[in-house]
Write a protein that binds this ligand. Sequence first.
Ligand code: HEC
Length: 157
Amino acid sequence: MCKKRVVLICFLFFIVQNAHSEEATSTARNVTSSSSKDTRQLVSMPEQTLEIMRQDMLEHLATLSEIIGYLAANNLEAAADVAEKKMGRSSMGKHRGTGMGPGRFMPPAMHSIGRGMHEAASEVATAAKQGDLKGAYTSLQKVTSSCVACHYSYRTR
Ligand code: HEC
């Protein structure tokens, strides 16, 4: 009777162990397959440029949130101001003096997506200045499409 119980416990233990190791193997498999399936083009940039770009990107994310907030509050003037100054054409070329700006290391197609993002942000500003809320949202979606287009096509690491 007691022996049977030990056998049963051993058997259950074996099942649990097995399930665990299978889980671990499939997790490891997922990690490797997701990185080997990353077909985005690798763009090499100097470390300093990567750092500049990371800062720019975080700022883009924050700016996006800020613009949405102003549009939702119907504060079109503030939305226009932030969109143009932080993400629009006026914000381009701010690293030119350093010679380390990300733009010069981008392949032409990538650079063009980046320029498109700045253009679209300026369109948001123009629409917002004219009191055209719907137009501002339409252009804002062009901005986010640029984020998506670039991130789905390129990586730097
Ligand atoms: C022209 C290409 C391009 C555009 C446009 C672009 N990004 Fe990026 N972004 C990148 C690349 C390349 C990286 C680095 C990630 C990588 O190598 O996989 C990055 C990284 C980021 C990161 C991660 C930063 C970190 O902490 O490392 C954020 C957040 C980000 N982008 C937000 C945005 C947002 C929001 C937009 C649009 C408003 C945007 N990006 C538009 C190319 C772009």
